[in-house]
Design a protein around this ligand. Structure first.
Ligand code: ZN
Length: 90
């Protein structure tokens, strides 16, 4: 992957920084997505979409997934399907 360097942005008085869409889209930092900020040992920052996981199977959930939330726990589409149609005998 090609690294894009040299973009200069000014941080406003509230500490906000605007990230252009051609940087956000390959990083999957879509509007409304929660992001996790990491402070690296050398003082640099790394930003990536917050990885939300299914409470039942641990799979990573993506913004485009039809996630169900029950009691503040997120459940992926596959687990939702299995809850609707349980496999095997009970
Ligand atoms: Zn799941």
């Amino acid at each position: 992957m090609e690294m894009k360097l040299g973009l200069i942005r000014q941080i406003d008085n509230f500490g906000r920084l605007s990230i252009p869409s051609d940087f956000r889209e390959p990083s999957r930092l879509y509007p409304g997505v929660s992001a996790t900020l990491f402070l690296e040992e050398d003082g640099s920052l790394r930003i990536q979409p917050h990885k939300s996981i299914c409470s039942l199977c641990g799979e990573t959930l993506h913004p485009e997934d039809a996630v169900m939330t029950i009691r503040e726990r997120k459940i992926c589409e596959d687990c939702q399907e299995e809850i609707r149609q349980p496999k095997g005998d009970i």
